[in-house]
Design a protein around this ligand. Structure first.
Ligand SMILES: N[C@@H](CCC(=O)N[C@@H](CS)C(=O)NCC(=O)O)C(=O)O
Length: 492
C-alpha cells in the first residue's frame, strides 16, 4: 500500500514492518544522526510522522540533496508579537520561550542518487556499524572536511560498505538540530523530547494508523484490525465516558449508597459534580450518592434539574442544581466546617471573586486546550491557561499551600477537580507539563492531590483518560459544555 506524501512523494503504508517499535523509538529520540535507505525511510517514517510537523524545506541549486526541517508537534512557543517595519522603533521585546513544552527539531536530508559523503553537511567521516537493524544502523559524525589531510582534496570520497548511499542509490539522513539555544537553555546542548512517544501518539495518529482507520471505516471490516499491532488496536477503539466510579471514589459511592433525605445526582467523571461531592465530604454532611447518565437524561434527574445537567441536589421535596449554587446552599446549611471564612465579609468577597475567575477563565480555557485540534492554537490556549492560573496563584496566600493558607477552603474546592484533571487529562492528551518542583503552584497542586476528601472523590486515572477522549477529539455532540466552547458561548 502506498500513499502520496506532500514532501517525499510516495510513501509505503505497511501496518507492521519488522522491528516497528524499535524503529519508532529510534526515530522519536534521534539521539544520534540516522542514515536510512529509501526503502527504510518510506516504510518507517509514516509510522512516526505524527510526532513532528513540517516547518520548512530548503532546496539547493547545485547540491544533490534537499533538507526538510520538522518541529516536534508539542513544541512550545509564546504567541509572537507582530514585527514592526519602523526602523526608529525599539526592537520588539522577546518573551522567553516557554521552557516546559517540547523543543525538538529534526532535519531530514534526502540525498539524490549518486550523492557522495562530501555532499553531506554531516561530514566526510562516516561510521557504519551495520545496516538493517535500527539499533545499530549507519550513522555519521564530524564536520565537513574534518578528516581530510591538508592540501588533499577527495571530492569523490567513497561511502563505507553497507552505507545506504554506498551503491549510488537515493538515501536519507535524520538528525536532531535543536540545541544552540533551540532547547531554550542557550547551552548548545541538544535536548530530547520532554514527553513520551505515547503522548505524541495521543495528540495525533500517524499516517499509517490514520490510513488504516479510514480503510476500516470505509469497509467496516473488523478483520482488518488483525494486521494492526496491539498498540494500534488499542488506539482504534474509541473510548467513552464511564458510568461507574472506580478506585477510591468507588468506595465512597458504596459508603454513601443508603437512602438519605439529601440526594446528590452525580456522574463519576464530572468535575462540577466533584466540587459538590468534595464539599459534602469535607463538611461531613450525610447524603446519598446517585449515579446518573446526564447524556441519557433520566426523569429522576430532569425532575430536579430541567436542564438535565449534573450535579443536582434533592433535599426532601426540594431540588436545586448548578455546582456554584449548590456549594453556597451547603454553606448555608451551617453544618460541619465552613468553606467561606465566617464573619469576614471582605475575605469572603475575595474568595468569591477568585472562584468567579476560575469559572470565567480557568475552566473554559481548560476545555479550549483539550478540544482544540490545531496544534499551534493548542499551544496558544495552553499559554493563556497558564497565565490565568498564574493570576490565581498571585492572589493566593504567599505560603499556602491552599488558597487561604494551611486549610483547604472554598476556592480550593472550586478548582480541585480541574487540578486533578490537569495531570490525568490535559497532560496525556495535550502534553500539559507537571508543575515546576518547589513552586507555589506545585505545592498547591500537591496539597490538593493529597487532600483526603479530594482523594475520596477521585477515580482511577483511566476513568478520566477514557471519559475525556471524546473532548480531546472534539467529537460532535459530546456535551452541552463542548457545544458552548465550540460556539464561543459561556459554560452551560
Ligand atoms: N454549570 C453547570 C455545568 C454542569 C455540567 O456541564 N455537567 C455535565 C457533566 S460534567 C453534564 O451534565 N452534561 C450533560 C449534557 O451535556 O447534556 C454546573 O456548574 O453545575
Amino acid at each position: 500500500m502506498e500513499n502520496k506524501d506532500s514532501h517525499f512523494g510516495s510513501m509505503k503504508l505497511i501496518p507492521n514492518p519488522p522491528d516497528l517499535n524499535v524503529w519508532r523509538e529510534r526515530l522519536f529520540n534521534v539521539d544520534e544522526p540516522i542514515a536510512l535507505t529509501e526503502e527504510q525511510f518510506k516504510t518507517y517514517f509514516p509510522h512516526i510522522d505524527n510526532v513532528y510537523s513540517h516547518r520548512s524545506t530548503q532546496k539547493y541549486k547545485r547540491k544533490p540533496f534537499v533538507s526538510y526541517y520538522w518541529d516536534c508537534r508539542l513544541k512550545g512557543r509564546p504567541p509572537g508579537t507582530p514585527k514592526s517595519d519602523d526602523p526608529n522603533k525599539k526592537k520588539r521585546k522577546r518573551t522567553a520561550r516557554q521552557r516546559d513544552l517540547c523543543d525538538v527539531k529534526i532535519k531530514i536530508m534526502e540525498f539524490f542518487p549518486g550523492a557522495t559523503p562530501a555532499d553531506s553537511d554531516l561530514g566526510s567521516s562516516i561510521d557504519v556499524l551495520s545496516t538493517g537493524n535500527p539499533s545499530t544502523a549507519a550513522f555519521f559524525g564530524g564536520r565537513p572536511g574534518q578528516n581530510q589531510s591538508f592540501g588533499i582534496l577527495t571530492p569523490n570520497q567513497a561511502f563505507p560498505p553497507g552505507h545506504p548511499g554506498a551503491s549510488g542509490q537515493k538515501y536519507y539522513t535524520i538528525q536532531r538540530v535543536n540545541g544552540n539555544g533551540g532547547n531554550g537553555k542557550t547551552d548548545g546542548v541538544e535536548g530530547g523530547h520532554r514527553h513520551t512517544l505515547e503522548e505524541s501518539d495521543r495528540v495525533k495518529k500517524n499516517s499509517v494508523h490514520r490510513h488504516m482507520l479510514k480503510l476500516a471505516k470505509e469497509k467496516k471490516e473488523t478483520t482488518y484490525c488483525a494486521t494492526m499491532t496491539d498498540q494500534q488496536q488499542k488506539q482504534t477503539q474509541t473510548k467513552s465516558y464511564h458510568k461507574k466510579a472506580t478506585g477510591q471514589a468507588q468506595l465512597t459511592v458504596r459508603n454513601r449508597s443508603k437512602d438519605d433525605e439529601l440526594k446528590l445526582f452525580a456522574s463519576c467523571f464530572c468535575p462540577f459534580v466533584q466540587r459538590v461531592w468534595i464539599a459534602l465530604e469535607m463538611k461531613g454532611i450525610s447524603y446519598q450518592y446517585i449515579e446518573v447518565d446526564p447524556y441519557k437524561k433520566p426523569d429522576s434527574l430532569l425532575e430536579v434539574n430541567p436542564r438535565g445537567l449534573v450535579p443536582a441536589l434533592r433535599h426532601n421535596n426540594w431540588g436545586c442544581y448548578e455546582s456554584n449554587v449548590l456549594l453556597e446552599y451547603l454553606e448555608d446549611l451551617d453544618e460541619g466546617v465552613p468553606l467561606l471564612p465566617p464573619g469576614d465579609a471582605k475575605l469572603r468577597a475575595h474568595c468569591r471573586l477568585w472562584a468567579d475567575h476560575i469559572n470565567r477563565h480557568v475552566i473554559p480555557l481548560f476545555y479550549r486546550v483539550l478540544m482544540e485540534q490545531d496544534t499551534q492554537k493548542q499551544v496558544t490556549h495552553a499559554g493563556e491557561l497558564k497565565d490565568e492560573i498564574a493570576k490565581l496563584v498571585n492572589a493566593s496566600h504567599v505560603h499556602g499551600p491552599f488558597f487561604l493558607g494551611p486549610a483547604m477552603s472554598y476556592v480550593d474546592v472550586q478548582i480541585a477537580p480541574w487540578i486533578i484533571r490537569l495531570s490525568r487529562v490535559l497532560k496525556p492528551y495535550r502534553g500539559w507539563p507537571e508543575p515546576e518542583m518547589g513552586t507555589r503552584w506545585a505545592n498547591w497542586v500537591q496539597a490538593i492531590e493529597q487532600n483526603e476528601h479530594v482523594m475520596a472523590t477521585t477515580s482511577s486515572d483511566d476513568l478520566y483518560l477514557d471519559s475525556y477522549e471524546r473532548y480531546s477529539e472534539n467529537r460532535p455532540n459530546t456535551s452541552q459544555l463542548a457545544n458552548a466552547i465550540n460556539s464561543g458561548r459561556g459554560l452551560p
